[in-house]
Design a protein around this ligand. Structure first.
Ligand SMILES: Nc1nc2c(c(=O)[nH]1)N[C@H]1C(S)=C(S)[C@@H](COP(=O)(O)O)O[C@H]1N2
Ligand SMILES: [Mo]
Length: 349
């Protein structure tokens, strides 16, 4: 694939995961202590409910599809080959009733994971009940023995460890959509990542003035350009927060969830992000001298412009006093890894 072709296939504000890397997002294994043999059932508003063992799924006609994966935390992986059975083949045998408008995929999951898609979209997008990737059985960590893959939607619509397919008249929001504020439509080309904020502006302003957000759950908090030096946001849930150009020297974000947070141009000298979730966070132009990222998850985070980035945002100020460990660079795109390796080795002035 040429660079141009690749870029044309990247939705807005996504970057390619480093070559050969496939980040793991969310649960890492199905619910334990369950040794019933694996079956996938189709239930709900169908004429003929039924279920298949893995062997029976293998006996159906298999297809292979190249799918572009786009994670909501801003990494993409193009042309991953998934093999398995088209959802349409399973539904063809069960014959959905005309009232069936939505399809819910339910996982064997310790956290009751599920996700849903309008039935017409699931079919039009060519949803696959996948048993293999790149010709090999799916690894457990990526949803093996069987997961769904719904192309053209953020990857949280692709459920790992599929056990049940339910046809419904009304939508039933899944785990990420109901509990995490992820957008239910999830079209990466329209950047449908999150739904609106969950606190009103007055309440948000009051909390920011106190500079104490410890343990709070504040989706899409608006705090751009504010003076928040010394902020205590330990263990806070601040997904998709807007902190661009904010003064956050010495702020404590240890254990916080800042996935997809906007920290462009923020003053973060000496800030602490230990064990924080920083997946998809944007640090372009931020001052990160003396900041501590040890133990934080950095998949899809951005520290410098990606090739082709026309935003004019400069790279973050990172030097040897910034604490990021070698193994943390693994989840970043090639451009980000190269940038950080160079800066972390540079002598502070
Ligand atoms: N059962 C289950 N399915 C899941 C998740 C999960 O945590 N549990 N995470 C979702 C999210 S947010 C993403 S991006 C993809 C990640 O798949 P991967 O770990 O194979 O990359 O799975 C989706 N399906
Ligand atoms: Mo995701």
């Amino acid at each position: 694939m040429s660079d141009r072709e690749e870029r044309g296939r990247l939705p807005p504000n996504q970057a390619l995961a480093a070559e050969g890397r496939w980040p793991v997002v969310g649960e890492r294994a199905p619910r334990g202590g369950d040794d019933r043999p694996w079956r996938v059932s189709v239930e709900g508003l169908v004429t003929a409910p039924r279920s298949w063992s893995l062997e029976e799924l293998e006996e159906l006609e298999q297809v292979e599809r190249a799918v572009d994966i786009h994670c909501v935390t801003r990494w993409s992986k193009l042309g991953v080959h998934f093999g398995g059975v088209p959802l349409s083949a399973l539904l063809g045998e069960c014959r959905p009733l005309s009232e069936a408008r939505f399809i819910s995929f339910v996982a064997r999951s310790g956290h009751d994971h599920s996700t849903s898609v309008p039935l017409a979209d699931a079919l039009a997008l060519g949803t696959l009940v996948a048993l293999r990737s790149e010709g090999r059985p799916l690894e457990t960590i990526h949803g093996g023995p069987v997961r769904t893959v719904t192309p053209g939607r953020y990857f949280y619509k692709s459920l790992k460890w599929l056990e049940r397919i339910e046809l419904l008249a009304e939508d039933r929001l899944g785990y990420w959509e109901a509990d995490m504020g992820y957008h239910n439509e999830a079209d990466p080309w329209r950047e449908q990542r999150y739904v609106a904020a969950n606190v009103d502006r007055r309440e948000a302003r009051r909390l920011l003035e106190s500079r104490d957000l410890a343990g709070r759950d504040l989706l899409s908090l608006e705090a751009g350009r504010r003076d928040l030096a010394g902020l205590d946001a330990r263990r806070a849930l601040l997904r998709n927060a807007w902190f661009q150009e904010a003064k956050l020297a010495g702020a404590r974000f240890d254990g916080a969830n800042l996935s997809n947070a906007h920290l462009e141009g923020a003053q973060l000298v000496g800030a602490s992000f230990r064990d924080a979730d920083l997946e998809g966070a944007d640090f372009r132009g931020a001052d990160l001298r003396g900041a501590d990222f040890r133990g934080a998850s950095l998949f899809g985070a951005t520290f410098c412009p990606e090739p082709g980035d026309a935003s004019g945002r400069p790279a973050a100020l990172v030097d040897r006093t910034t604490r990021i460990s070698r193994d943390q660079l693994d989840g970043l795109s090639e451009a980000q890894q190269e940038f950080l390796e160079r800066r972390l080795a540079a002598t502070p002035s």
